[in-house]
Design a protein around this ligand. Structure first.
Ligand code: AMP
Length: 139
């Protein structure tokens, strides 16, 4: 198994070296907007503890992460008026992973509206900031 690389972009966000549109933060977890959203309200929930993916994560980390993923998903669905959502998590490049720090994608979905491509177009930062505020307010 490949090892964790501290230079990945989510590690930089966790260290405060690059900004994010934050939705939620506690001692163990951070949730923020995906900058190339596949759906309106597409956000990411990550543990602060380092792991590349699901398989090298400590189970105690997962136990703290999942309730927050649930809470943020509920808020994202409320804030976007979605009819449902997908929870996605990619492991390694073969599976489409591009950032090698464990993260769950929350993808609010509306009836009949397809997702946009994975890592497609960068969204407008003002739109992301507004959405982060709305999801955060719905927590
Ligand atoms: P994955 O392919 O599962 O590793 O997904 C990585 C996700 O991170 C993609 O959906 C990207 O759009 C997103 N992403 C990349 N850089 C950033 C960033 N600086 N802030 C927020 N999301 C990002």
């Amino acid at each position: 198994m490949m090892t964790y690389d501290n230079a990945n972009i989510f590690a930089k966000i966790l260290r405060g070296e690059i900004p994010c549109h934050k939705i939620y933060e506690d001692e163990h977890t951070l949730a923020f907007m995906d900058v190339m959203p596949m759906a309106d309200g597409h956000c990411l929930v990550i543990p602060k503890a380092p792991s590349r993916g699901l398989l090298d994560a400590d189970p105690t980390v997962l136990a703290k992460l999942m309730p927050i993923a649930q809470k943020v998903a509920k808020a994202a669905v409320t804030a976007t008026g979605a009819d449902g959502f997908q929870l996605r998590q990619y492991n390694e490049g073969a599976a489409g992973q591009t950032v090698f720090h464990l993260h769950f994608h929350i993808l609010p979905m509306k009836d009949g509206v397809p997702l946009r491509p994975h890592t497609g177009k960068m969204a407008d930062h003002a739109v992301l900031a507004e959405m982060a505020k709305r999801i955060s307010a719905a927590l």
